[in-house]
Design a protein around this ligand. Sequence first.
Ligand code: NAD
Length: 538
Amino acid sequence: MAAVPNDTKILEYQMFIAGEWVDAEDGAVSEVVDPSTDTTIARVPKATVGDAERAVRAAREAFDHGPWPRLNAVERGALLRAAADRIRERADELARLESMQMGKLYSEAIVDMGDTAHTFDYYAGLVQDSGGETLNVPGETMSMVVREPVGVTVGITPWNYPMLMAAWKAAPSLAAGNVMILKPASVSPLTNLELAKIFEEVGLPEGVFQVITGSGGEIGDYLAGHADVDMVAFTGSVEVGKHIMRKGADNVKKVGLELGGKSPNIVFADADFEAAIDGALVGIFAGTGEVCSAGSRLIVERAIYDRFVGELVSRAMAIKVGPALDEDSEMGPLVSQQQLDTVEKYVRIGREEGAKLATGGRRLEGRGFYYEPTIFVDVDNKMRVAQEEIFGPVLVVIPFDDEKQAVEIANDTIYGLAGAVWTKDVTKAMRVVKALRAGITWVNTYHPTYSEAPWGGYKQSGIGRELGTYGLDEYTEVKQINIDLTDAPMGVYQRGKEKNVAGSRRVVPLSDRRPFREGENKADESWVQFCENCKPGM
Ligand code: NAD
């Protein structure tokens, strides 16, 4: 297990544009702060629009003329696998850096590094297995479908899973033959810069993977609206997601959106009590609640409500909050002062709305952005604390009387990212899961997910899916290829001949066909065969 670092040296980073490590063109930098200690740990370039433009030019060149899209899937897969191996070799160091830059517990960050490596391995393999299809079409035509890369893709990512979110985008994008410019969240770019080093080491061609560090409002915005960018894959808040969609509309670029959530975690009275308590705690307090799919609305059947809430509150009070790299910590700090302010604001709102604070509700004294595990009980689903994403360790608990009401409460939200149900009754579990308007669901567990399974939301939680075969498809264009097998001219504009009927081959019914006759010349074969009874103008 990693120890808490004690050296205070500030790391100096450059960003990776056009195959070079560079500063911002005007030399501006921004600081990365360790939320566990509220101290600066690194400085990174604060890119200008000019830097972003250079990255787009390099990406365009790499896609339009470079080797990457022209390599075969086996060759691209080999490089992605080499990167995955390197991530595994450096997992401990990368996990520590992840913890330091955004406050995630080391025990969680090290799992992320394994998942990140696996995502690259998975897409390296999947792309080798993926092909097109041939279609059964009428006439002497062979019709097939092939998938091709979209082109220059931009990944814009949040701070809660910096490496994993980068992998969910870069792995399918690069595997499919695209190039990618990654714009990480300003507060947590360090591991993504390390990822660029890994890709450079394993020999990815220039301009294929670039990391640009800077403000979302300026650099992210510029890239999202750029006419030479073919696709933006965005993970973040609903508000910024809507903005990206509007910007993308200017050149009708492909947009993938993975947005927020306010996910229901439904506990029936017949659930395994201990497992459900554990699942409720993991659902909200893992990752300090800064998880898009967090089970932030706990919906509990009234028959066990008091006992469940009592046990839940006492277990939450026992959670040890502390530095991300301290191995005794069970929950780390929030990512930033800004996020701490947001959580404090919502707890104030909850109190004003009349929600009953059962535990927590305070920031912890001292340096770092720590907040107590917080639970509001007897909450009405109409309250703002039940409707708006807080993105912190704040749980609202809502009672229900029957299955129908549980589903109504669960679906009464603008979001549709995730949801879970706890019960020993398998048919009830399936009924409820089917009724949930959400893209990711669990029965008798919370949070586990896999590179092989599609990730994404219904309603305002997003558009499209990451991961699985669905995630690869998002990064491809679909092309149909139709090949005439007759060698005959179409003959549409050959005046004076009866066969000059546009589209005639398509409309002649099978019953009108007859075998070739001796003496018919080859150029006429297709006509004779398919359109014997056609009349001009048909
Ligand atoms: P955010 O929307 O503030 O920022 C996300 C990214 O967008 C950052 O890189 C930011 O710099 C950039 N950005 C900000 N303004 C921009 C603009 N005008 N144009 C272009 N880019 C801009 O989100 P956040 O605070 O970093 O992350 C938290 C949010 O992310 C939560 O809502 C959470 O639910 C969501 N999230 C969703 C998923 C998912 O898979 N659905 C996963 C993780 C996080």
